[in-house]
Design a protein around this ligand. Structure first.
Ligand code: 5GP
Ligand code: ZN
Length: 110
């Protein structure tokens, strides 16, 4: 989708502070963090929201969910973290490209 900011980040057309990238997904720090550590995991392919996901997105969703604790630990959140998927305007979604928020506080000793 040409006018989607997260598609542009996924394509490398807009800079982002990336923490992970592969052929299917990219993870990067939120530009307005709500916690000391706050990044998002997105699919590289455009999907408007969780409510727009179809059966074909099953493995992509699973991959993103399995990445969340792995990347969280790498970012210092091994003791625990929060996740969030804002869905639709009523759900507080502002960027209509599916993304999973991962955020929390670094624990001592991490
Ligand atoms: P939503 O409310 O849609 O779940 O959250 C979208 C998030 O994307 C917000 O937390 C916002 O700070 C973040 N965001 C919006 N534009 C950009 C951007 O250009 N770069 C980065 N890194 N984050 C962004
Ligand atoms: Zn997009």
């Amino acid at each position: 989708m040409t006018d989607c900011i997260f598609c542009k980040i996924a394509a490398g057309e807009i800079p982002a502070n990336k923490v992970y990238e592969d052929d299917d997904v990219v993870a990067f720090h939120d530009i307005r963090p709500i916690a000391p550590v706050h990044f998002m995991i997105i699919p590289k392919t455009h999907v408007d929201s969780l409510a727009h996901c179809q059966e074909e997105h099953r493995s992509l969703l699973g991959k993103i969910m399995l990445l969340a604790p792995k990347l969280a630990a790498e970012q210092g959140l091994a003791a625990g973290f929060k996740t969030g998927i804002n869905t639709g305007r009523g759900g507080g979604q502002e960027v209509f490209h599916l993304h999973v928020h991962v955020f929390g506080h670094k624990s001592q000793g991490n």
